[in-house]
Design a protein around this ligand. Structure first.
Ligand SMILES: [Zn+2]
Ligand SMILES: [Zn+2]
Length: 322
């Protein structure tokens, strides 16, 4: 019996189980490829995603305070760095090396951004590079329009089924498979931490004017939604707005504004030209904060073997336009 032929109640039950345990029901069956899988929005499965957005509205009741806003901004940038530095430049492109413990910690930090586990993220991202802006590309704005490239693509059955054959190198680590299966644990822990932080601050420093509920809404929900849509701009806007330095055969663009809000990911045409480079801002004036932070981590010995972009590929490529 295929999943689509299950009775409605059973599909909703499966979706509910998948909120907490993505393991037994979500991998693409052997022998299928993404286009074989239905491309329909899974409404039951995405209730938590909608709820994360809706909960931001409760700011009407919890109010705001400078400390809550500061914590939200810090939580945004820390998790944006975890997505760009770890989910993207480490797990998806293996552009530097680290220890096995480091790898797991990077996975946990990435999962705190509530963009599912590292295997899911890397499998879909490698698929994007394999088919950039071709019909098979899950999130090409050229092929599928803004809304679907921004967020529609991962709300469908196909979006929930990563082609794990693309991440066989990562699948060999049981701890990463575990993290990917129960990826929701990390965001829940972060939400509980934010709530507890607000309660402690309310008790110890009432003059700050915060509370458990307020810190939860700002430090977790608002910050998560901002980090979501900041990340999504790379799939949507970075393939539409900006300049192309290289003829990469796709619509990827370099955009300084997107590079600032995503800590360097906006140098997306550079990235499609040479995806295995740790650095995406190819020149000193192309601000790439993720790269600077990774460089500091390499000085501290946490990561090593950062892959540079060879000068011949950067300056003398036949694909170079300007
Ligand atoms: Zn791209
Ligand atoms: Zn990439």
């Amino acid at each position: 019996m295929t999943e689509q032929s299950l009775p409605l109640w059973r599909r909703w039950l499966n979706a509910f189980i998948n909120w907490f345990d993505t393991g037994p029901l979500v991998t693409a069956p052997e022998g299928t490829s993404l286009p074989d899988i239905p491309d329909r929005v899974e409404w039951a499965r995405i209730i938590p995603f909608i709820a994360v957005h809706a909960t931001c509205l409760s700011v009407i009741w919890v109010g705001w305070s400078p400390i809550a806003v500061i914590v939200a901004v810090v939580a945004y940038f820390v998790r944006m760095f975890a997505i760009t530095g770890f989910y993207h430049r480490y797990f998806s492109h293996r552009s530097f090396k680290t220890s096995r413990v480091g790898q797991f910690v990077f996975g946990v930090l990435g999962a705190s951004a509530v963009q599912r586990g590292p295997l899911w993220w890397a499998a879909h991202h490698r698929h994007h590079h394999a088919y950039s802006d071709k019909p098979e590309d899950s999130h090409s704005p050229v092929q599928h329009g803004f809304v679907r490239s921004h967020m529609g693509w991962f709300l469908t059955t196909r979006g929930f089924r990563p082609d794990l054959r693309r991440v066989r190198d990562l699948m060999q680590f049981p701890e990463l498979r575990w993290l990917d299966r129960f990826d929701i644990l990390i965001p829940v822990a972060l939400a509980v931490f934010m709530f507890g932080l607000g309660i402690v601050l309310e008790r110890l420093a009432p003059e700050l004017g915060t509370s458990g509920g307020q810190m939860l809404v700002w430090g977790f929900f608002i910050s998560t939604v901002a980090c979501y849509h900041g990340t999504y701009t790379i799939n949507s806007l970075s393939h539409v707005f900006g300049r192309q330095r290289y003829r990469t055969g796709d619509a990827s663009r370099n955009n300084w504004l997107l590079a600032l809000i995503t800590l360097g990911e906006g140098w997306h045409n550079n990235h499609h030209h040479f995806p295995s480079s740790t650095r995406q801002g190819f020149y000193w004036w192309e601000i790439d904060i993720t790269y600077y932070l990774l460089k500091v981590m390499s000085w501290l010995g946490i990561i090593w073997d950062l892959k540079p972009v060879p000068v011949a590929i950067r300056d003398h490529s036949p694909r170079r336009i300007r």
